[in-house]
Write a protein that binds this ligand. Sequence first.
Ligand code: DGT
Ligand code: CA
Ligand code: CA
Ligand code: ZN
Length: 581
Amino acid sequence: MGSKNRELAQIFDRMADILEFLGDNPYRISAYRRVAELIANLSEDIEELYRSGKLQKLPGIGASTLLKIEEFLKTGRIKKYEELKKKVPEELIELMDVPGVGPKTLRVAYDKLGVRTQEDFIRVLKDGSLARLPGFGPKKVENILKGIDLWRRTKERIHIIEAYPMAQEVLSYVKEAEGIEKASVAGSLRRFKETIGDIDILVSAPKSLWRSIHEHFVSYPEAESILARGETKSSIVLKNGRQVDLRTVEPESWGSALQYFTGSKEHNVRLRDIAKEKGLKVNEYGVFVASTGERLGGKEEEEVYRLVGMVWIPPEIRENWGEIELALKGEIPKLVEPRDIKGDFHMHTNWSDGTNSLEEMAQEAHRLGYSYIVIGDHSQSARVANGLTPERYAQQWKLIEKLNEEYEPEGLKILKGCEVDILPDGSLDLPDEVLREFDFVVASIHTGFNQDNTYRILKAMENPYVNLIGHPTGKAYGQREGYPIDIERVIRQAKETNTALEINTPRADLAPELVRLCVEEGVTLAVVTDAHAKAHLSFMRVGVGLARRGWATAESILNTRDLQGVKEFVLKKRKLMGSDA
Ligand code: DGT
Ligand code: CA
Ligand code: CA
Ligand code: ZN
C-alpha cells in the first residue's frame, strides 16, 4: 500500500473530526469517515487506482470526494482541509488521536472550561473540573489520562508493521548506490521489536565511496529534511516523521558493526562484560586482545560471537533475557523461520468487515504459496463488522467449496472458518451444531471488557470446536493496553484443552514474555495476520519476527504444520473434549 493512502485516509478522518467538533451535519461527518476507512483498507496504491481510472468507479467515492483526492494527488494538499484546520486550535486537533477523546469531549471542554491548548486540557482533567461536568465523572477522566499517556508513548514510536515496509523501501533505495558490499537494517527493526523509534541502516563499502553513498542517501525522495550528513553517519527525517540513520563501515568491520548497531544496548553491554572477563575488547570495529590491541577479527557477526566463546544469537532475542548464558553453552534453540510457515488462520473478507472478496484473498494466499488459509469472518453479534448469521456462513461455504475445486489441485486448501464472538457470559455467538461444521474456529472477545474475561475465555476453550483464541489479552496496539485477564490461567487451560493461542501481528498481542511462557508450557501458538485486506497477508513476516522474539520454535507454531497436521490438531481436541467429531 502506498504511503499516500495512509496520508489521505488520515486527512479524511481529520476532516470528520473537525466537522464533528464544529457541530456539522452528522451525515456529512459519517460520509467522510466512510471514505477514510475505504481508503485505509485499499490494497492498491491510490495513485495507481486513480491513474488507471479504477478509483472513479469505486462505490463510495462520490464526485466531491474524487475532486479532493485528485487535488491531493496533484498538489499535495486539500484546500477544504486547510480551511477547516483554521477553525480549531491545532493542539486540540492533535488531541483527537487520543484513545477515549473525541471531538465531542473537546467541544465540551472548549465551551464550558475554556480549553484551548493541550496544557489546558490536562489541567481540567487533573483538577477535577471536567469530571464534574454532566456525562463525565472520575472514571471517564481517569481513562482519558491513561489514553493520553499511551498516546504520548506511541507518538514517539511506531508499530513494526508500519516501520518494516518503510525500512525495506529505504534499504532498497540505499542499495542502488555504487560500491556497496553489504547492506542491512539494524537496531530494533532487525530485532523485530513491536515498536520502533528510528530506523537504522548499515552499509559496508570501501572508504573512498562513503561520501557518495551518504550523498545518495540524503537525496532519498521520501526525505523531508536532513538532520546530519557526514562521512560515516547521516540522518534524514521521512515525510511521515520517521528518522532514518545510515552508517557506513569498512568491509572488514561489517560483522562487528552489525552486531553493535543491532543492539539491544543491554545485550551489547552484557556481551562486552563477558569479553572483558576473557581479556578481550569488542567494539564496532572488531574484536581485539585487550592488553596488546591485536585484532582478532570482526568481518562476520558469527565470528564476533565465536571469538568471545559463543554461538551466534538470532537478532530477535538479543535483549539480555538469558540468551548470552545459553549461547556460551551453545544451547540457543532453533527458532521458527519465515519459510516454515504454511498458512494463515485469521483473515476477513468483504462478507464481514474486510475490504477484499473471498476470491481475492484466496488468490493472494495462493500467490504467497500457502498450503491452507482459514477464512475467519465475524459472527452475527458483531453488527458493526457486518457479522454473519448461520445462513450466510452456509452460503459462504458453498463459495469456498467451489473455489477449492480450483485451488486444491494447485495445493491451496481454503478452510471454512469463523471468528466467533465470545459473548459477555462466556457463551459463543453460534450454536454447537453450526460450529461443528467449520474446519477451524477462532473465538475472540470484542466487547464487554469489564466482564470476567478469564472466565469467558476458559469457558470458550471448553467448547470442543474452538481451536484458537483470537488476540487473547485484548491488547490492540496504540488503542488499548488489553483487558483485565489472568493470562497464566488461560495458558494452562490452552494446554489442557489443546486450544491454540494467537500471536496477532497487527495488535502485537501476545507480548514476547507470554509467547515464551507458552513455548515453555508446550502450548500451541498460531501466528496470524488478522488481515482485513489482501495486502495485510504480508504482515506474516513481522508476525514470525514477533514469535521469534518469544523464542518460539517451529514445533510450537501451528502454521508450520501441513494441512494434515492442522486437521489432526482440530480432531484431537474434538476427541479430547468428548465430541463425536
Ligand atoms: P529504537 O530506535 O528506539 O527503536 O531502538 P534501537 O535499539 O534501534 O536503538 P538506537 O536506534 O538508539 O540504536 C541502535 C543500536 O545501536 C542499539 O540497538 C544498540 C546500539 N547503541 C546505541 N547506543 C548505544 C550505547 O550507548 N551503548 C551501546 N552499547 N550500544 C548502543
Ligand atoms: Ca533504531
Ligand atoms: Ca538510531
Ligand atoms: Zn478479532
